[in-house]
Design a protein around this ligand. Structure first.
Ligand SMILES: Nc1nc2c(ncn2[C@@H]2O[C@H](COP(=O)(O)OP(=O)(O)OP(=O)(O)O)[C@@H](O)[C@H]2O)c(=O)[nH]1
Ligand SMILES: [Mg+2]
Length: 344
């Protein structure tokens, strides 16, 4: 799963990236010449609790890949950079809320609507090309009709993500990787003094109206936290009025953005979180671990992670009636600890 950091030049994408990954990368308006790619572990207190119980040889967290392409050198959103985001599963827009080096006052609302417009225009171009082609070839009337609908809503400045589509229609357009269809999370990059303050009302309302998540953080502060030894982190956080690094909240929000949930496995060898798409049935979830388990799937033995931690073992969960036997129709839920039985 890959999430792209997007935003205006100098909004703080590379600073956020650095805070997320602990990598030090080039920052400074217009300084960036290469794409940064980083893998981030999703902090998970359930995995931690299971790990304390089993003391396994290995503990493995779910992971998300973040990519950070430079914002370009112009005033606004760079179209080339934006097109570089077509591969991403979701986008996070970093909005500048601190005065920049030149003392320019921030205007996060303008950045939000600016990127929205750019993604809509890029998609509209694609849709219009497609309409011209489909009209000439007269091959697929259903797709043509859908493209015309998208053209209408894009022309009315509506992102594709806000356009109602059936499941079949969604399938029809996945190949286009429309930018305004990608799930979007907003990150308000505030000055240190506002690190613990809520988002300003106007922006919060604009996010809510668009059904977009909004995380407030100070990239500069988060970068400093990431560099500190663990022992000093708590004190520093407290001095800022925070209880945990804001990047943790951000990572969780990003994880939910792409509609992932965590299936858990636990034992003396490994305690692990497996990211799976929400709504995945047991055999396919098993296939994440190994294709043999999917092929030979017999059943899943499932308990809730907190029952397992409270009772201390799967045997005790069984005795207490907390271990369920589930078949191939079962939809794996977030926080399920699963043990698969399978034929080899
Ligand atoms: N005061 C303050 N400065 C910040 C913060 N975040 C980033 N900056 C500064 O703003 C400048 C731009 O930050 P970057 O992280 O490089 O921004 P970017 O979006 O990656 O920039 P491009 O790649 O050029 O588009 C740098 O000088 C940062 O030190 C912040 O939270 N507070
Ligand atoms: Mg950068």
């Amino acid at each position: 799963m890959k999430i792209g950091l997007v935003g205006y030049p100098g909004s703080g994408k590379s600073s956020v990236f650095s805070a997320l990954t602990g990598q030090s990368v080039e920052t400074g308006y217009g300084s960036q010449n290469r794409t940064n790619l980083g893998v981030v572990k999703v902090p998970d207190s359930r995995v931690d609790a299971l790990s304390r119980l089993f003391s396994p040889k290995k503990t493995t967290y779910a992971e998300i890949t973040f990519s950070d392409v430079g914002g370009g050198h112009g005033e606004g959103i760079d179209r080339a950079a934006l097109n570089g985001m077509r591969e991403a599963d979701a986008l996070c827009q970093v909005l500048r809320a601190f005065p920049d080096a030149a003392g320019d006052a921030p205007d996060p609302m303008r950045e939000l609507t600016g990127l929205e417009t750019e993604t809509i225009l890029a998609d509209l171009e694609l849709v219009e090309k497609r309409i011209a082609k489909l009209t000439k070839e007269r091959t697929d009337p259903r797709e043509l009709e859908l493209m015309k609908r998208l053209e209408q809503s894009l022309s009315a400045e509506k992102p594709i993500r806000a356009t109602e589509m059936s499941e079949a229609e969604r399938k029809m357009v996945t190949g286009y990787r429309f930018l305004s269809q990608k799930p979007l999370l907003l990150v308000l990059n505030v000055p240190e003094a506002q690190a613990a303050a809520p988002a300003p009302g106007g922006l919060a309302a604009a996010a809510a109206e668009r059904k977009l998540g909004l995380v407030v953080l100070s990239a500069q502060v988060e970068m400093e936290i990431a560099q500190l030894p663990a022992a000093e982190q708590a004190e520093f956080l407290q001095s800022l009025g925070l209880t945990e690094p804001a990047v943790n909240r951000f990572i969780h929000a990003a994880f939910q953005l792409i509609d992932l949930v965590s299936m858990l496995t636990a034992g003396p060898d490994e305690c692990r979180a497996w990211p799976i798409q929400r709504g995945t049935a047991a055999p396919r979830a098993a296939g994440k671990i190994h294709s043999d388990i999917e092929r030979g799937f017999i059943r899943a033995e499932v308990c809730r992670w907190d029952d397992l931690v409270a009772l201390g073992s799967e045997a005790k969960c069984r005795d207490a009636g907390k271990l369920r036997i589930e078949g191939k129709e079962y939809i794996v839920q977030d926080g399920d600890v699963v043990n698969f039985r399978f034929n080899v």
